[in-house]
Ligand binder design. Sequence first.
Ligand SMILES: C[S@@+](CC[C@H](N)C(=O)[O-])C[C@H]1O[C@@H](n2cnc3c(N)ncnc32)[C@H](O)[C@@H]1O
Length: 245
Amino acid sequence: MTQPAQDRRDVQYGTAVASVYDSLIAPALPAEAAVDRLRPCVTGARVLEIGVGTGRVAVPVAAIAAEVVGLDNSRPMLDEFRAKTVPGNISLVQADFRAPLPVTGPFDAAYSTMGSLACVTDREQLTAALSHVRDVLAPGATLSLEYYATGTYRPLVAQHTVTMPTPHHGGTTTFTITLDDRDVLTMGTRIDEVGKPPVEFSEHVLLIERDEVEVCLNRAGFTVEHVYAAESPQPYDWYTARATK
Ligand SMILES: C[S@@+](CC[C@H](N)C(=O)[O-])C[C@H]1O[C@@H](n2cnc3c(N)ncnc32)[C@H](O)[C@@H]1O
């Protein structure tokens, strides 16, 4: 399914990041840990992934869920996913989570990994996006949310530029990190592989404290049941919340 009106909204993940996501980015965060946490919520369930990307998590989740609907507003990311073998119980929807979701609920569970839902400009937009998710969930359904951990990212803002070896690969990755006065973190990434032109892209995410994420979840109609706080240098906190009845 495509949603032409959504194409007019800004899309953060373009062809540059999509071209290196599976080879250079996904290997740094193996999906197993996320799937282990999701297992009790998604086994045998009808599941929605928000910001499905290239299917790093959706593919192993589909092996234990009844059905997975993966939503993303990036055509290049979805094209990368479609170029692989998409399991028969996954359907992909190109849509923006900042608008009401064009999917048919109710879902038993939803999840969003690697901070996809943080791609918003302010707390109101995050609350609205979470409300759109809540609208298609069954009462009592779970939302599992990986969200940027301030304890890890604020020190990186202070460092401003960080260069490290690209995990599981030759070459280096350089991050340039800034935070504006509206709490929008901009992370520029430049990947240098020997013998290849550099790949550059940037992300803009809302960096807010855990209690503020919980307020947004509560306002959107969720009760937070558990927070697994990241231990630096882990990038994300993990929230398990339940749609209020
Ligand atoms: C860091 S990637 C994570 C992909 C996947 N969940 C994973 O864990 O590998 C973030 C994803 O969120 C998607 N995304 C960002 N903003 C979005 C929006 N407004 N609506 C829908 N998807 C969005 C991006 O296109 C991208 O695929």
